[in-house]
Design a protein around this ligand. Structure first.
Ligand SMILES: [Zn+2]
Length: 340
């Protein structure tokens, strides 16, 4: 083994021992630099016999070439190690993980589902129907003939001369009674549309849940019992309901339905939800008008029934103690997460 081979072996050992770019550069300078070992050997060529000089020079150049190859390979390896080290430094395993975004059921949807589940437990069927309905199902069949003042607040979003977006889910009561003989026990939840100016209590698109029970011997007591049960299912075990006389074309007698304020239970006059009244209004109800029963081919002398219609957003306002109905359609995650 000659001097050049030994030098190359020492060089390779030094290169492999270099842990970073700086150490590698020091090795390069020591061997290949201006005052490095290779140049020292080159200078010694002058002491050789002239005939030996070319082969010695070629041997040195070959050695330098191999050394530079080894140096380049080590540089590549060190650069890759450097990238890996920087990546590892950037990943802090003690840093809190990013929480995945998990959705939840919308509060209005949850109220509808809970109300439907309550009625299903009592043998009611949930029926869904079209949101665009003929005037016949929206009005005429419900004892609201052409020119009746009750149409004023309801006939808003016409598609053409006969079709309009339903202002209530009541068409499903008619459709179900036309298809089936009594007894009938259904709830009809769904979207409705009215020409209401949007404010803290009104939306022009909202959800209703209606109920209908028709059979022999059905009376107001059944209605009150079922609605008291609904309020207890939605708000808590101590809810009571009360009826106030009212008027709807499709029920006779008709009533507004109130339940005890879920927030204060009537125990304070300083309640922000009920204004101290102790009651909150849920919607309308009553005994199905004989004209409606006759319209679907039922005999009002034999069967009777009750119906109610509540706004699902109103139910949710009371349940979640929200003061503005518009909050439900703002798509504000901060608000929705509070109710999740
Ligand atoms: Zn209250």
């Amino acid at each position: 083994m000659n001097d050049l081979e030994r030098l190359q072996m020492r060089f390779e050992a030094a290169v492999q021992a270099a842990r970073d770019e700086t150490a590698l550069e020091e090795v390069r300078a020591a061997f290949l630099g201006r005052s490095g070992e290779i140049n020292a050997i080159r200078r010694s060529i002058g002491r050789l016999a002239p005939a030996d000089r070319p082969s010695a020079g070629k041997a040195i150049n070959d050695t330098v070439e191999r050394m530079e190859t080894v140096l380049g390979e080590r540089q590549t390896v060190l650069a890759a190690l450097d990238v890996q080290r920087k990546l590892e430094e950037r990943i802090d395993v003690t840093f809190p993980a990013t929480q995945p975004q998990v959705g939840s059921i919308h509060p209005v949807r949850r109220v509808i589902e809970d109300a439907c589940a309550y009625f299903e437990r009592h043998g009611f069927a949930v029926v869904l129907g079209p949101e665009v309905e003929p005037a016949y199902y929206n009005f005429d069949a419900l004892n609201i003939p052409e020119g009746h003042p009750a149409r004023e607040a309801l006939d808003s979003f016409w598609i053409d001369d006969t079709l309009l977006l339903r202002p209530h889910t009541s068409p499903m009561q008619i459709r179900t009674m036309q298809l089936h003989k009594p007894p009938i026990a259904i709830v009809a939840p769904g979207k409705c549309y009215r020409r209401d100016a949007v404010d803290a209590r009104h939306l022009f698109q909202f959800h209703q849940i209606e109920g209908l029970l028709v059979a022999e011997g059905i009376h107001f007591g059944h209605l009150k019992g079922m609605l008291a049960g609904l309020c207890r299912a939605l708000y808590g075990p101590y809810q009571r309901v009360r009826f106030r006389p009212s008027f709807f074309p499709f029920t006779e007698p008709s009533a507004e339905v109130d339940t005890t304020c879920p927030k204060c239970q009537g125990k304070t006059t300083a309640c922000s939800m009920c204004g101290g009244a102790g009651w909150i209004e849920l919607g309308g109800a009553g005994m199905v008008h004989p004209n409606v029963l006759r319209e679907v081919g039922y005999d009002p002398e034999i069967v009777s029934g009750w119906a109610f219609g509540f706004g699902a957003e109103r139910l949710a306002l009371a349940r979640y103690e929200v003061d503005d109905i518009r909050r439900f359609i703002d798509s504000d995650p901060d608000f929705l997460e509070q109710l999740a």
